[in-house]
Ligand binder design. Sequence first.
Ligand code: PLP
Length: 430
Amino acid sequence: MNPADDPEAARRRDRDHLWHIWSPVTAPMTRRMLVQGTGPYVTDIEGREYLDASSLNLTCGYALPEIAQAIGEQASRFHGYDLSVATHVLAGAVAQRVAALMPPELSRTLLTNSGTEGCEAAVLIAAMYARIRGTPRTRLVTFDSGYHGSTVLARSLSGLPHLAHPFQEPLPVTRVPLPTSARDMRRPETLRPLLDSMRRAFAEDPDSPPLAVVIEPLLNVGGGVVLPDGFLAGLRELCDTNGVLLIIDEVSTGYGRTGRMFAFQRENVVPDIVVSSKGLASGYAPIAAVSVRETIYKAFADDEYLGGLRFGQTTSGHALAAAAALATLDLLDRENLVERSDQLGGLLLRKLEAFLRTGGITDVRGLGLFVSLEFAEEAEAVHLVAAAEENGLLLRRQGRVVMAVPPLTSDETVVQSIAETIGKALEVAA
Ligand SMILES: Cc1ncc(COP(=O)(O)O)c(C=O)c1O
């Protein structure tokens, strides 16, 4: 029997047995229960169809035959193996494809299952590398409103209130507050104060110089915050001067979402480590990549204990996820999806800018198909998302910020439809 055949029973099972992630256990169960999708559209168990502009995972849209086939064929041939025991051809193929998208220095790829694990691995690699080189630093510098995952180490990188936990931090972290409002962040005048706050964070504890900076090139959970041009280049310089590693978290921005293959490529910088995930397999299977400088990888030969990294999961680089990733990367190439994200994103941004100062909207910003509307009040953002949903459009919300992040396979009709529905929803919410 298909579990979707009886909606009421499906709801009951979900309510009585599933512990929903990121959800208060006392919250009434009113979530959408999704059952199928095609392209940018998704249908719930009650048969309602929505245009999905809410998922950063979904770069290629739902039920794409090429990706589904690649996973199916791989499952019927060979579904995977623990990479700590044996390797398989797809893992190396993904590692090489990801390396080919990076600056040539980052030719080594570690595969994990999620963005969180990727960020943990990046920090662990940095800390072990520093120790192997005889400079055992541990302090990390991050943005206070950055997000890098939800496990104990990854969450401690963030100062977002909902990630606070009652445990001692595994490593010391200096969290840098954004010096101005998110609206002003991308302005050229913000560049110098922002770099100054980083400089102060580096110098904060002279007895514990920083090991690494971990930052998102566009802050996702922090509210779709676009950083000023030149920030990454300035930060790279600061890192070089102070012997600090630069870890770029591209989990939500990678693989074309911001109109570049990776958002850091808007500037001429070579990070030390890049973590990417969501768009790698377009959400069809869990996979993340940690791209590392070959020089860092090689240094691990001097590790006296293992001569390698003591990290990995049984399903790291799973063959089905690798098959999904290879099919996704083929599609990005063949359909010029990165360029499409840049063009369609520009169009979406212009259309949504027309709503500035209506319904409490104080800012419209974005890069590629990652467009954010900031409201004066959180309640206004909540209203917009609810009204859009009533009108068949799913949007993403983080506090006062509403994000429209449709698949990169969208077209002008989809962009027009998002803008029209938001316009209608703003009228309803007024
Ligand atoms: C920038 C960033 N880093 C890390 C993560 C964590 O990734 P995951 O949810 O796959 O563990 C996310 C997830 O939203 C993210 O946006």
